[in-house]
Design a protein around this ligand. Structure first.
Ligand code: HEC
Ligand code: HEC
Length: 229
């Protein structure tokens, strides 16, 4: 009797463990490395320009945090982020693919000790400082970190050194509503971006882009499938 109870208890515990595992897919760097064929044509080319729906450099994703990469890819998948090409691409990825790719890109090109010290950020001009501190309760650095490279939460991106034209397009996208090809529905950043004119967002983007950070583009060979059969 006692033995039976113990067995039943063990089974119940096993079931809980299995269902908990089903919800958290963990990514593997080596697996992610095998899944980048669909990404390298844009994210593996230095300075690659996107031309639709707006012209700007493709974001650097190497060195970005895995949690943020997953969260961004899921946002394209669900349509919370409307960028048409990234939506089409994210649509083809499974939860496991996303976890593996996020793990891979989060460490790609990252060097131990490569992170800039928190104090390295060049002090902004007075004008930019005022923009950063406009929302006194929640300044940009509350979430993105004093050097814009140490987010306070996994779902918050590193920004330091990111391409200025991309940062500007991303910031504007949080203000865009009711557009089929443009826009991001993240409520936190919508609340932030809507406090600024586009000219001010451009100034913020330019400053943040000038800071030392860990984000980079690591050139990767594009594997061309041979046309000849
Ligand atoms: C045709 C070019 C292209 C390809 C191919 C591509 N991307 Fe992108 N990616 C972009 C562009 C452009 C953006 C910016 C979209 C936006 O404005 O939201 C982007 C955004 C992203 C972001 C969000 C970055 C951020 O800072 O928020 C991630 C993560 C990402 N891509 C990962 C991938 C992965 C992984 C693959 C391969 C499975 C891939 N991309 C394939 C062009 C591409
Ligand atoms: C309360 C926390 C918080 C504050 C304050 C905040 N951010 Fe963000 N920021 C986030 C989060 C979370 C995201 C990711 C949103 C998403 O998934 O689209 C983000 C995304 C961004 C992005 C998009 C980056 C990319 O790679 O696509 C930019 C640019 C940005 N923030 C700049 C700023 C600036 C500039 C300020 C100050 C005016 C600011 N943020 C204030 C939390 C915050």
């Amino acid at each position: 009797m006692n033995k039976l109870l113990t067995t039943m208890f063990a089974l119940a515990v096993a079931c809980v463990t299995v269902s908990a595992q089903a919800q958290t897919v963990s990514g593997k760097v080596e697996e992610g490395a095998k899944k980048t064929a669909m990404c390298v044509g844009c994210h593996g080319i230095l300075g690659y320009q996107a031309s639709f729906p707006e012209i700007h450099k493709v974001p650097m994703i190497a060195g970005q945090s895995a949690t943020y990469i997953s969260s961004a890819l899921n946002a394209y998948k669900t349509g919370d982020r409307k960028h048409p090409t990234m939506r089409a691409i994210a649509d083809t990825l499974t939860e496991q693919d996303i976890a593996d790719l996020a793990a891979y890109y989060s460490v790609q090109g990252l060097k131990e000790g490569g992170a800039p010290p928190a104090a390295a950020a060049r002090a902004p001009s007075e004008r930019v400082q005022a923009l950063i501190g406009r929302d006194a309760a929640n300044t940009c650095i509350t979430c993105h970190g004093a050097n814009f490279n140490t987010p306070n939460d996994g779902t918050v991106p590193k920004l330091a050194g990111q391409h200025a034209d991309y940062l500007f397009v991303a910031l504007k996208s949080y203000k865009t509503e009711r557009n089929a090809n443009l826009g991001r529905s993240n409520g936190v950043m919508a609340g932030q971006a809507k406090k600024f004119t586009n000219a001010e967002l451009k100034e913020l983007a330019k400053y943040i882009s000038s800071l030392p950070g860990e984000l980079k583009t690591v050139p990767e060979p594009v594997i061309h499938r041979s046309a000849a059969k």
